[in-house]
Design a protein around this ligand. Structure first.
Ligand code: MN
Length: 716
């Protein structure tokens, strides 16, 4: 095994970021990088794939205006830099040809053999409806990855290149892509151990998912950067001296943590922004595993370790094979700083993951990670594809713990899993018949949380098993357990509900002497948005839809001067039937004083919008015949409104907000706060006399540091 110099794996190099020095040979950086990692391999087939891809994509362009071929080329370069094998690099060049050009999969297979299977795995399903296409794509991807994990690596390279060009996309679309990337592709990169790809995808997704939060974090980190850098420099110097004194050869580097990891740390650990020292870390890279432990000893001798923060991932690697020692010490002035200690091999493993294995080992040796098999089995078993995304998301995000059967067989489970998850992981029948558990020999409930290293024995009942119950769904966390329990319950319940709904519906129609032909029922269920009658029966049976909904006609806008008044709000709408329901639109929440207008909806009466509301403007352009005049009944008197203030949590935030409110001389009637994901949502109810007072207080609230958004919510 040839060892590569550590320099070539430096994290500072951008994957696939090189531009060819020769304008007539754009493939050059790909070939160079590939040959660096695989010196003995032939490059001819790569050049051939490049020729075909270039020819097929001729005349196509990216949203950025560049020729389309820049994308496959960039993807191939990322793959080459990762150290991927030849087929993967070729698949990078060809990955969009089958989907976007006249080139067929058969032709690809004829020309490039095995590479075609990789291309097929990466190609999207285009036949499925739009709504399901995401779930279906992921489903297909995971199944393809189980066959050949390189499909996932190519897909991740593709996503990384695209993420770098999100700025050419409409912000909403980019945000959607970013959310999906954060939910699915980032954790996937993590599971495959591809640290560099993961970190960059994560940062780009964070930036485009909610630019407001991203910019706040960048702004607040930036304000503290000077002190942070000085601290890091001093600490690195101290560590270097300490190691030198013991004659240990080591590379000591500083790490500025990514904005996303800072954000997540604040979310998870509820830390304040003021603790700037959490934003940096130190990495020590040494030549051998023994040296890792020696370095740890030297550091723990010199500085006080923070209890509970030492992790030995060398003795107990993560499920993605990550290895290192992590510790947090109290450094200068008692400030905490995290130190990671690892060998060069471990470092490379962390950055390149699965991709790096191909260089050193035979392909057959590159087993797909354990979770991939688990996910693939679950997906094959799943009936409702819309469940894929939420479930996959939660499974991917959670850390894994290792547990054991009484016979010592290891079972990986997501953190937070309970004995029932364990039971289903072993076998469906064991889950369905489970009545209790023994953890490390001690009796325990089925719902308690398992810890790493637990040995779990499931107690099953042989005959009169009570079977899965709906409560079980409250505490199981694995997709497999959820799926199996739901399936068991659905079998029992569904028939019952459908029958109940059908008879309720029929007797309702019979009572009113309404003839119900199959055509009438089919039309009615379509009107209500169901794709078949069974769905309608189930919805009625479960109480989600009232039978009367079948007969409800939409309110019609009339030319006359008929007026409907709301009892709940002091609003009057012209030109609609008397008694039509009137609601204030949730998108803009107009308050007295705002110019307003009504929009006649199909089933829900009239929605009253502010005329400045973007949604209203869109509706009035698309369906002008549905717009009705609306006015406030009395312009005088005291009104109530509620404001929502969204801000990043920080010290003294609420005090500053209160100050802003009292400065605006407004009559505060109540307030409440909730904190989620370290974003504070504070709600304030005001009494006010006209809308201009509200504008004033909103303006001063927006100036408070950390405040991201101030908006009106329904006035009650
Ligand atoms: Mn692509």
């Amino acid at each position: 095994m040839k060892k590569l110099p550590i320099k070539s794996f430096s994290a500072s190099k951008v994957l696939g970021g090189e531009v060819s020095p020769d304008p007539f040979n754009l493939l050059l950086p790909v070939v160079r990088s590939f040959s660096f990692h695989h010196p003995k391999e032939e490059v001819k087939p790569i050049e051939e794939a490049w020729r075909v891809a270039k020819e097929k994509h001729e005349g196509q362009f990216r949203a950025s205006g560049e020729p389309y071929i820049s994308h496959p080329l960039g993807v191939a370069q990322i793959l080459a830099d990762l150290g991927s094998d030849r087929q993967a690099v070729m698949a990078g060049l060809l990955h969009d040809t089958v989907e976007d050009t006249t080139y067929s999969l058969e032709e690809c297979r004829r020309d490039f053999g095995e590479t075609a299977s990789l291309v097929e795995g990466v190609t999207k399903l285009s036949l499925i409806t739009k709504e399901l296409s995401n779930a279906e794509t992921i489903r297909k991807l995971i199944l393809a990855m189980e066959q050949d994990v390189r499909v996932g690596v190519v897909k991740l390279a593709d996503r990384l290149y695209n993420a770098r060009t999100w700025r050419f996309m409409p912000p909403k679309k980019a945000a959607k892509k970013a959310g999906e990337t954060l939910d699915i592709y980032v954790p996937m990169a993590e599971k495959l151990g591809m640290g560099m790809v993961k970190t960059e995808l994560e940062e780009l997704s964070f930036k485009y998912l909610d630019p407001r939060i991203y910019e706040k974090v960048v702004e607040m980190v930036g304000a503290r950067a000077g002190a942070r850098d000085k601290y890091l420099k001093n600490m690195m110097q101290e560590v270097k001296y300490a190691l030198k004194a013991y004659g240990i050869k080591a590379t000591v580097t500083g790490r500025l943590k990514s904005y996303f990891s800072i954000y997540r740390k604040i979310v998870l650990l509820k830390k304040s922004f003021d603790r700037i020292y959490d934003f940096v870390g130190i990495r020590v890279i040494v030549g051998s595993t023994q040296d890792c432990y020696r370095v740890l000893g030297i550091i723990h001798e010199k500085w006080l370790p923070v209890p509970g923060r030492f992790k030995d991932y060398i003795a107990m690697p993560k499920s993605n094979l990550y290895q290192a020692l992590h510790t947090t010490i109290l450094g200068e002035d008692g400030q905490e700083i995290e130190i990671q200690i690892r060998t060069e091999e471990m470092h490379k493993e962390d950055e390149y993951g699965v991709a790096a294995h191909w260089k050193y080992k035979e392909l057959e040796d590159c087993r797909s990670p354990e979770w991939l098999g688990r996910m693939a089995n679950w997906i094959k078993d799943l009936q409702d594809p819309s469940e894929i995304l939420p479930t996959l998301k939660s499974d991917l995000i959670s850390e894994e713990i290792l547990t054991f059967t009484p016979k010592g067989k290891s079972i990986f489970l997501p953190e937070g899993a309970c004995p029932l998850d364990f039971a289903y992981a072993v076998h469906t029948e064991i889950g369905n018949r489970a009545v209790g558990a023994r953890i490390n020999g001690a009796p325990s409930s089925l719902s308690c949380r398992l810890k790493p290293g637990d040995s779990v024995e499931i107690v099953t009942s042989q005959q009169d098993s009570p079977g899965p119950s709906a409560e079980w769904l409250d505490f199981v966390v694995t997709p497999k357990a959820k799926n199996k329990i739901k399936r068991f319950l659905a079998k029992e319940k569904n028939v019952e509900i459908m029958e109940a709904g059908k008879s309720a519906l029929f007797s309702y129609l019979l009572d009113r002497k309404i003839p119900f032909s199959p055509q009438f029922l089919a039309q009615a269920s379509r009107n209500l948005g169901f794709s078949n009658l069974q769905q309608l029966y189930c919805a009625v049976g479960s109480g989600k839809v009232n039978p009367s909904a079948l007969l409800r006609p939409g309110p019609r806008k009339r030319a006359g001067n008929e007026v409907s008044e709301s009892e709940k709000y002091s609003v009057r709408v012209k030109g609609v039937e008397k008694g039509t329901a009137i609601e204030l639109a949730r998108c803009c929440n107009p308050v007295p004083g705002d110019p307003i207008a009504g929009v006649v909806t199909n089933f829900r009466g009239v929605r009253v919008h502010s005329v400045k509301c973007p949604e209203f403007i869109r509706l009035s352009e698309e369906t002008p015949h549905k717009i009705a005049d609306a006015q406030w009944k009395g312009q005088k008197g005291k009104f109530k409104a509620e404001l929502e203030v969204l801000a990043l949590d920080r010290h003294a935030l609420l005090a500053d907000i209160s100050l802003a409110i009292s400065n605006a001389c407004i009559d505060l009637s109540s307030s409440r706060q909730s904190v989620a994901a370290n974003l504070v949502s504070a709600y304030f109810s005001f009494n006010f006399w006209d809308a201009s007072q509200l504008d004033l207080v909103m303006k001063s609230l927006k100036q408070v540091e950390g405040v991201i958004e101030v908006k009106r919510v329904a006035g009650r």
